[in-house]
Design a protein around this ligand. Structure first.
Ligand code: GSH
Length: 240
């Protein structure tokens, strides 16, 4: 197995307040029967949030390791040994190391038998929506958001292209949610986690979600689910 990254060695000593009740677990407190996984990520990262939500909503204990992107820890050799792309999130489950948030969510649903879709047809639809989101939704929401937060330099004309494509993607989602509570089937699946983990950042990317009432209602519905928590609670940064 690859060595643990240096970035991951500075573990937060203890999750505070409400976050301490469920996730992330301090490594010593992890239940011996269900071994805690290790999530490497950062609370500002949408893809990391997707994985943290998946772990929390599927009741999977985990230890969280904050990766300091500003300090370039994601490009350090120790971390690159875990994630060839030099990106967060990364999930370690025993000897298995997993990257790419959507792929990790599918792994978790297969491993736990939860949130993967009830029928074979539903399972296929879950994958279809997640693949669509990676094509149409993620880049067009995350990149304008990254530019707004100063993480990405892009010309206005480029951002306009992202925003136009993002609006089209949100239109597709809004139309799909007509008459349904969840992306696939009658209960929330990893497709909801995957899409929530990007659409919930749309406001920061300059999108006005008031124009999308069904999406807004779905986001609220999702936030009422067991295991939902804000990113900062699921991935607490180390105390200064
Ligand atoms: N497709 C990847 C995207 C991961 C990603 O873009 N992570 C960002 C943080 S939100 C990152 O690590 N950026 C640093 C870099 O790409 O160098 C996933 O879903 O896991």
């Amino acid at each position: 197995m690859a060595k643990k990254p240096a970035a991951a060695t500075a573990k937060p000593k203890r999750a505070t307040s409400a976050a301490a009740k469920t996730a992330p677990k301090a490594s010593k407190a992890a239940a011996p029967k269900s071994k805690a996984m290790t999530l490497h990520g950062v609370f500002l990262s949408g893809p990391s949030y997707k994985v943290a939500l998946g772990l929390s909503m599927m009741g999977q204990p985990y230890t969280f390791h904050h990766v300091d992107l500003r300090a370039g820890k994601h490009k350090a050799p120790e971390f690159m040994a875990l994630n060839r792309y030099g990106q967060v999130p990364c999930l370690e489950d025993g000897k298995i190391t997993l990257n790419q948030s959507a792929s990790i969510l599918l792994y978790l649903s297969e491993k736990t038998g939860k949130m993967g879709g009830k029928s074979a047809a539903d399972k296929l639809s879950v994958r279809e929506w997640m693949f669509w989101a990676f094509d149409r939704l993620n880049p067009n929401i995350f990149r304008p958001r990254a530019a707004a937060r100063g993480f990405l330099q892009a010309h206005d004309e480029v951002l306009k292209v992202y925003t136009a494509l993002g609006k089209t993607a949100l239109d597709v989602l809004e139309a799909h949610l007509k008459g349904r509570d969840w992306i696939v089937g009658k209960s929330a699946t990893v497709a909801d986690i995957d899409l929530y983990g990007v659409v919930s950042f749309a406001g920061e990317g300059g999108y006005d979600l008031k124009a999308y009432p069904l999406i807004s209602a779905w986001l609220k519905r999702f936030e009422g689910l067991k295991g939902w928590k804000p990113a900062i609670e699921l991935m607490p940064p180390p105390k200064a």
